[in-house]
Design a protein around this ligand. Structure first.
Ligand code: SF4
Ligand code: SF4
Ligand code: SF4
Length: 234
C-alpha cells in the first residue's frame, strides 16, 4: 500500500470514529468543550441540578450519562470540563487584594452536569431527578411545597452597586417577575428595590438569567465550592 493510500485509509477510519461518537453523545461532548472556553460573568457560579446529592457524593455517583440533560426541557444542564470565571469588577477587587492582583476562579467541572444560570436558569420542572439512573440527582415531587422544602441549589445575592433600582438608574423588576417564589424569595420596596429572602430562595437561577445588566446584578451562590480560585498577576 502506497503512503498516500495509507493516509486516506486512516482518515476514513478517523471520520467513522468521530461520526460514531456523535451518535453516542459525542455532540454533547463537543458542546461541553465549547462551554469550557467561555467565561462566567463576574461573581457568578455554576450550580448543580435540583435534588443533586452533596458535592462529593454527587461526583462519585454521577456516571456522566447525559440523561438528565436529555430530559431537561429548557436545556439548562451542561457538562463543562472547566468553567472560567471572569475578572471581578474593580469595586469587588479593590481593598480585598493587592492592587495588581485579581481573582479569576476556575471551576473544574469534570464533565459532570452543571447549570450555568447566566445562560439558562432552571424552571424546576423536576424531570431530571427521575431520569437519573444512579440517584446522583434525587427525585423530588413536582409540587410547589415539596420543591420549596427540598430544593436548595444555592442562594441568590443582589449586587446593590449595579442593580438598576438600587442605583436609582431605572425601574426593573425582571428578577421579581420571573421568580417562582415571587413575593416570598424576592420582594421589592416602594422604590422597586429588590431583596432576596434566604429562607424562601431555592437557587434556581432564573433571576440571574433575566437580569438585564451585562455583568449581572444578581448571582446564585451554591452550597459547594468546586472552584479553585487562582490569584493571577495582571
Ligand atoms: S428541574 Fe427541569 S429545568 Fe431544572 S435542571 Fe432539571 S430538567 Fe432542567
Ligand atoms: S443522569 Fe445522573 S448519572 Fe447521568 S449525567 Fe445526569 S446526574 Fe450524572
Ligand atoms: S430569588 Fe432567584 S434564585 Fe431564588 S428562587 Fe427566586 S428566581 Fe430562583
Amino acid at each position: 500500500m502506497r503512503r498516500r493510500e495509507l493516509f486516506a485509509w486512516i482518515g476514513r477510519i478517523a471520520k467513522g470514529l468521530v461520526l460514531g461518537m456523535l451518535g453516542l453523545g459525542g455532540a454533547r461532548l463537543f458542546r461541553a468543550s465549547l462551554v469550557s472556553a467561555e467565561a462566567a460573568p463576574p461573581g457568578q457560579h455554576p450550580l448543580r441540578p435540583p435534588g443533586a446529592l452533596d458535592e462529593p457524593k454527587f461526583r462519585a455517583a454521577c456516571t456522566r450519562c447525559f440523561l438528565c440533560a436529555e430530559v431537561c426541557p429548557v436545556r439548562c444542564i451542561e457538562f463543562p470540563s472547566r468553567v472560567e470565571g471572569a475578572q471581578p469588577p474593580l469595586h469587588r477587587a479593590r481593598g480585598a487584594l493587592p492592587r495588581r492582583q485579581i481573582v479569576a476562579p476556575v471551576w473544574q467541572g469534570g464533565d459532570t452536569p452543571y447549570i450555568l444560570p447566566w445562560k439558562t436558569g432552571c424552571i424546576v420542572c423536576m424531570k431530571c431527578g427521575p431520569a437519573c439512573p444512579t440517584g446522583a440527582i434525587r427525585p423530588i415531587a413536582e409540587n410547589r411545597d415539596a420543591i420549596k422544602r427540598e430544593v436548595r441549589m444555592g442562594l441568590a445575592e443582589i449586587d446593590r452597586k449595579i442593580c438598576l433600582p438600587w442605583t436609582r438608574t431605572s425601574w426593573c423588576g425582571a428578577c421579581l417577575t420571573v421568580c417562582p417564589y415571587r413575593d416570598l424569595a424576592i420582594t421589592v420596596d416602594h422604590r422597586a428595590r429588590p431583596t432576596v429572602h434566604a429562607e424562601h430562595c431555592i437557587g434556581c437561577g432564573l433571576c440571574v438569567e433575566v437580569c438585564p445588566i451585562r455583568h449581572k446584578a444578581i448571582a446564585v451562590k451554591p452550597p459547594f465550592s468546586p472552584d479553585r480560585g487562582e490569584v493571577r498577576a495582571e
